[in-house]
Design a protein around this ligand. Sequence first.
Ligand code: SAH
Length: 283
Amino acid sequence: MKERGTIQGRGRSRTQRLGQHFLAGRGIAGRIVDSLGELAGCHVLEIGPGRGALTGLLAERAARLSALELDSRLAAAAAAGFESNERVEIVHIDALHFDIAAWARSVAPLLPVVVGNIPYSITNDLLHKLIAAHRELGAVVLMLQQEVARKVTAPAGGKPYGMISVLCAYHARAEYLFTVGRGNFVPPPKVDSAVIRLDFNSPPRSKAADYTVFDYLVRCLFDQRRKQVQKVLRKGSRFSIDADDIDRIARRSGVRLTRRPEELAVDDFVRLADVLATWESKA
Ligand code: SAH
């Protein structure tokens, strides 16, 4: 079994490279698994089972369990441990190379849910993969670095609020569940962690008329989050809107464009994107 070259780093231990901080004690693991709710009708996908802190509990409660582990030794040990349980499958793979949307479609009539105490190095990419698979997924419960958990669940206006907050709030109900101090892990990481839940089945927001425009707008604006929205729209983007039109767009969308992107709520981005979508088609 081979490890992926992208994850390998010279001079760093396997533990560091793969973000291996194992949960000690069963209390936190139990709380994480409880956060998924009833699992009898679910096929659970676990990212990074490691030594199985969550895996055993998940196997007891879920109809089926697939666990993706990149470390060949841990994958082999977990596979041996669950050999006699035909409802559990351990896959030795980089979770970032696993097609989550296709997996989720394939598990019907079971409900696909995702859980993991995931390494920092893959957090951002994994969140984007999960968002991309939002139509297929039910609940997602993840343990992340606390700082990232705060970003994912941040309300508009504060410092942690950014692109990932807007995209998560658009597609899911995003909740910060609880903080997990660094002392709960072996070896302890340098920072604290937190558990979040994303519920893709009950997104609370209105939908953009053209998602591509919304997504592009959010990315463009947060690339320059310190600038007023009107300045970002005017130049340096494909919007290239002239000054007169800026006023009209502000009036029609009801969004004050002298504000900064970090001050706009998700619904503001949606209304602005909807106006821009028709603006483009007129050009
Ligand atoms: N869930 C366990 C282990 C958490 S440590 C616990 O809570 O104790 C993170 C785990 O993710 C490690 O087992 C690590 O080997 C695995 N991992 C790291 N990168 C991964 C990737 N890209 N794909 C799948 N697993 C990965």
